[in-house]
Design a protein around this ligand. Structure first.
Ligand SMILES: Cc1ncc(C[n+]2csc(CCOP(=O)(O)OP(=O)(O)O)c2C)c(N)n1
Length: 317
């Protein structure tokens, strides 16, 4: 049985039991810490956590300190998923043998960046989902390998300048389209996958609680605006996140049992994609005359995806 919190307002939510301390070395304005706190504050249950190598881990576990007030495993870049799946399997076995007395099961949650998730840890993650572990995997998707200096990942969107896909006289930056991880994870037949963003905290809590109540593996793709690599001022994290969700660059939706798709946020006024791009240094070069056609293509891609999501939602009632 899981104990879900009844959260009334943001003040109460943000000051409720903190299992992730503000004392950490993440950049000012880093969305990783906002997302982690939102995930952990959504439940009162005990937590067993893992983190892949990446910004979150290196900035929260600097020996001899820790920012984590919960059981926490740091493991390699690739296998935060299998570490937490192993812990979950052990818990199940000990329970079966009658060696655990707790009334409620803890929640098993793994965190990884998009480099760890979309690329390097992908086969481990896929295996966990295929085996059906009772776990939640949260990808902190900042669309770049931030911890090692901003290399592109398969989550980096077209036109972004990254250190291994730099924009310049001969290139407009990243050439490949962002991988659709939500569709891939839903295709595993997982009971619940969802895209979330830290600015939409109520939507986030609802999805995290739905995920915790699900029976089987849950994938959460969390948009994590990166002040350092996206190149915006630290105080603008939430404003950038608002532009991302309101331009539909990051649509908020969920897929249940691999089939039923629900859109969970429809902006009242849709912001042009151009505004989202203009607010970040990584897209600055797109505003030169020779690359402006890419902004139009960006808008077309976002519109097409939104159309597709709406059609899928209608079709899966
Ligand atoms: C197998 C392996 N390859 C490379 C590295 C070096 N490395 C450590 S963290 C990191 C980048 C992490 O990027 P991401 O997963 O996107 O998380 P972020 O730091 O952006 O939150 C890399 C390349 C490593 N530790 N292990």
């Amino acid at each position: 049985m899981s104990e879900m919190k009844n959260i009334k307002n943001l003040k109460e939510f943000s000051t409720s039991a903190d299992r992730f301390e503000g004392a950490n070395l993440l950049c000012p304005g880093c969305a990783h810490s906002i997302i982690v706190r939102e995930v952990l504050n959504a439940t009162n249950d005990d937590l067993i956590l893992s983190a892949a190598t990446g910004c979150l881990e290196v900035c929260t576990a600097v020996y001899p300190y820790t920012s984590w007030d919960a059981s926490w495993i740091h493991i390699g870049f690739e296998n935060a998923s299998t570490a937490i799946a192993g812990a979950e399997a052990m818990h199940k076995a000990l329970k079966r043998k009658g060696r655990l007395k707790q009334e409620r099961d803890p929640k098993f949650v793994a965190f990884g960046g998009d480099g760890a998730t979309y690329d390097i840890g992908f086969q481990w993650l896929s295996g966990c989902f295929e085996r059906g572990h009772n776990m939640m995997y949260v990808c902190l998707d900042n669309e770049v390998y931030a911890n090692t200096g901003g290399q592109r990942s398969s989550s980096t969107p077209i036109g972004a300048s990254a250190t291994t896909s730099p924009a310049g006289r001969v290139s407009y930056g990243e050439k490949m389209n962002k991988k659709d991880m939500l569709a891939i994870m839903a295709a595993h037949g997982a009971p619940y996958v969802a895209q979330v963003a830290p600015n939409k905290w109520k939507d986030m809590i609802k999805k995290i609680q739905t995920g915790f109540a699900a029976n089987g593996p849950v994938y959460i793709n969390a948009m994590s605006a990166c002040t350092t690599e996206w190149k915006f001022l630290p105080e603008d994290t939430i404003a950038i996140s608002d532009m991302a969700t309101d331009s539909l660059v990051f649509p908020l939706y969920e897929i249940i049992d691999g089939t039923k798709l629900n859109i969970t946020y429809r902006p009242k006024t849709v912001v042009p994609v151009e505004e989202y791009l203009a607010a970040q240094g990584r897209f600055k070069h797109l505003f030169k005359d020779e690359y402006k056609y890419l902004i139009k293509e960006w808008q077309e891609r976002v519109d097409a995806k939104w159309d597709y999501l709406q059609r899928r939602e209608e079709a899966s009632v």
